[in-house]
Design a protein around this ligand. Structure first.
Ligand code: PHE
Length: 488
């Protein structure tokens, strides 16, 4: 890959990008994180805010990022700088690229630990180490797995090595093609678990927990968590989607690919919820158990169902693959920046990045054993990495990107790139200018306690009022009218 934007590598056709982006989006975020966060934040209200955030913030931000990547043809830093410069914007906008790159790196530092859990559980299933049929057994197995830093470190190191080997060799395309069988396979496995759940006696309660919306049950923190998770699960504001977008051929439709990825990602998450919560409720487990939730609950289901060991093995193979197709996307921004700007080979870039990553991820891994007491404000290092990226860096990065797209760029710039009809473009612009930024801001303001707006009563009205004001503003805005009625 060279710094020359014209000769940059491209995906092979539309499906190359869709597979890669889906591979990046669908991962531990859907199957590990979404259920345990839903459990921690009380269920349906969290799910509802998460879905609203996907639609109102995630989709517009994703379109913006892909468009930035393709227009700027470079790593997030270079692409955002070029796109801003093209419209006379300040080069300071490239800070958004820096933050995204850092964010991808920080996420990967704890992601490899969780991916390591998945590999470790696959190994346990293969070697008969998941015996025992009670909840207590499962809790003990999870604890024992984490207690020993050598064991945990072995698995996270393995994931780091695998990620860097794939990225270094530049064979992502081959791995991402695995998405075309792995994704349907994962859906089938989740389907098996859901069918099992139907007979487990916990299904009704799970449905109620996930979808019976009760306005009182969500805190400001839960809303911020839902917003952050919408970014996390779609791989936004962390360099992944933007960098992948920089390899997108000119003719592919950004809107259509975005919708495909967002729908697939959301379906997998909801299916994971429907697969896991029946097991939780049928066994009287606590939905707010935390990050170990799927590792303590799913093995119980696999033990109780016919052919369970086989299904369990298939499930963890696919979960591990899904984790790898996500983890390789998190370093792509850094590797692409290093190869473009530092004149080093992809291999050197990958192994260099991997070495630093290994150190940081080892610290994250130690949060579960030796470093369990190394906390700051009640969070250990693993939690800090997750908290800073999901709650703050990604939403802020996304906010910056939609503001840049909506207010700074010349209207032709992204109109050419997105290639939407005037009306759809106007809708996108309206989302990028008002709905997404105001949505992010309202949640931030609420979370910071600057104005404690109560969920269920005030904030939707506040949001509606802000959007209405914006709409009136837009109706008289000559710029939007230009976009709407005058193509030039
Ligand atoms: N979206 C991935 C998942 O849900 C995680 C991810 C975050 C990937 C940020 C890339 C960048 O597992």
């Amino acid at each position: 890959m060279t710094a020359n934007p014209q000769s940059r590598t491209q995906w092979l056709g539309r499906w190359g990008f869709v597979l890669a982006a889906t591979g990046s989006a669908v991962g531990l975020g859907n199957i590990w994180k979404f259920p345990y966060m839903t459990g921690e934040h009380g269920g349906a209200a969290f799910v509802l805010v998460y879905l609203a955030c996907i639609l109102a913030v995630g989709v517009p931000v994703m379109m913006t990022e892909i468009a930035f990547g393709r227009r700027g043809r470079g790593s997030p830093i270079d692409a955002v700088r070029r796109v801003a410069a093209e419209s006379g914007g300040s080069s300071l906008w490239s800070l958004l690229g820096w933050m995204a790159m850092l964010c991808g790196f920080m996420i990967l530092s704890f992601y490899v630990v969780v991916a390591g859990w998945s590999f470790a559980y696959l190994w346990k299933l293969l070697s008969g180490g998941l015996a025992g049929g009670s909840v207590d057994d499962m809790v003990a197995i999870f604890a024992a797995n984490n207690e020993n830093p050598w064991n945990l470190g072995f698995w996270s190191t393995l994931v780091t090595l695998a990620t860097m080997a794939i990225v270094g060799k530049g064979v992502q395309a081959g791995i991402e093609r695995s998405v075309s069988w792995m994704m349907p396979g994962l859906v089938v496995m989740l389907g098996v678990l859901i069918v099992y759940g139907l007979f487990s006696g916990g299904f009704g309660e799970a449905l109620r927990f996930l979808f019976a919306f009760d306005a009182g049950s969500l805190s400001s923190d839960g809303m911020l968590a839902a917003l952050g998770h919408a970014f996390f699960t779609l791989s936004l504001a962390s360099g992944a989607i933007l960098t992948y977008g920089s390899y997108l051929p000119a003719r592919a439709s950004i809107a259509r690919t975005t919708l495909t990825v967002a729908v697939a990602d959301t379906l997998v998450a909801l299916m994971a919820g429907l697969a896991i919560f029946p097991v939780i409720f049928a066994n009287g487990m606590d939905p707010g158990e935390g990050p170990g939730l799927i590792f303590m609950s799913l093995p119980l289901a696999f033990q109780a169902m016919p052919l369970g060991t086989l299904f369990g093995i298939l499930f963890f193979v696919m979960l591990s693959m899904a984790a790898l197709t996500s983890s390789i996307s998190m370093v792509e921004a850094t590797v692409s920046w290093l190869t473009d700007n530092r004149g080093i080979s992809r291999r050197t870039a990958a192994w260099g990045t991997g070495s630093v990553l290994w150190l940081v991820s080892t610290l994250a891994m130690l949060s579960f054993n030796l470093g369990a007491d190394w906390t700051l404000a009640g969070r250990h290092f693993f939690d800090w990495l997750d908290y800073l990226t999901s709650r703050w860096m990604m939403p802020l990065g996304g906010l910056g990107m939609v503001l840049l797209a909506g207010f700074v760029l010349k209207s032709e710039s992204l109109r050419d790139e997105l290639g939407l009809s005037p009306r759809w473009h106007a809708l996108w612009l309206f989302m990028a200018r008002y709905v997404s930024p105001l949505g992010i801001l309202v949640i931030f303001v609420d979370a910071l306690g600057i104005a404690r707006v109560e969920f269920g009563v005030h904030w939707p009205w506040l949001l509606a009022a802000l959007v209405a004001i914006a709409l009136v503003g837009e109706l008289v805005s000559p710029r939007l009218r230009r976009v709407l009625y005058n193509e030039s």
